[in-house]
Design a protein around this ligand. Sequence first.
Ligand SMILES: [Zn+2]
Ligand SMILES: [Zn+2]
Length: 281
Amino acid sequence: MIDLHCHTTCSDGTDSPWDLVERAKNIGLSAVAITDHDIFRGYSEARAAGAEYGVEVVPGVELSSLYHGKHIHLLAYYADSQNEGLNALMDRAVRERIRRNKAMVKKMEQAGYPVSWEELSTRNAGNVMMGRPHVAEILMEKGVIASIQEGVVKLMGRGGPFFVERYHIPLLDYVKAVREAHGIPVIAHLYQYRMEPEALRQMISECVDAGLMGLEGMYSTYTPEQEAEVKRLAEEFHLIRTGGSDYHGTRKPHISLGTGMGNLCVPESYLEDLKEAAKKA
Ligand SMILES: [Zn+2]
Ligand SMILES: [Zn+2]
């Protein structure tokens, strides 16, 4: 059994890369992929742990992108983390996130809320995923709001008084950039986007034209029908399937490494297919 979709403390997971690989070893996984959001940082530590524990570690990343108003997550495996084009897009995403955070906090400060850019950036130094939940965390600790959710949705969500729009990297741009970096682009958790079947097919078709190589075929929350549907789509578009839990440690306590919500079991053949694809990427 393997798990090709895992988050560490390098993004919003709660296990360090080392601890995640140790956990993988303890539950009998033969391989794990590190797929932190929008950053490659965790791989070297995870690889060292993999050598120690005899677990194969696959380098990956989960890229946040936009397609017709939908926030689509694109997994990328074995991409060259030094590739200029891909890094330029990822850097732009980070810059846009910082710009948005600054603008949002400034608006709140001007409206009398006890939060500042300095406080936010000091508390979350080095966290590329910093965003609305982290601002809400400060407000909650100061008793201004009752929950993170309240801050994220009511104050800073679309339609809220402190909402600030942000530029997102277009999905097809990321697919192309991942291919240019010799990586394998794979659309993650297809059924989280609430798309009609036709719209989903259309998106896959456009991504295939841009160089898409896979679909996430097994995932913690897929129903058996959805799993069967991805299999059909993968066959139709000649794509490989990957699979993983989307483990986040205690941040998503209902999702376990490897087994997801209990029934997940990603076969080792998925990793063989991924490696075969990597030869062509
Ligand atoms: Zn995701
Ligand atoms: Zn994920």
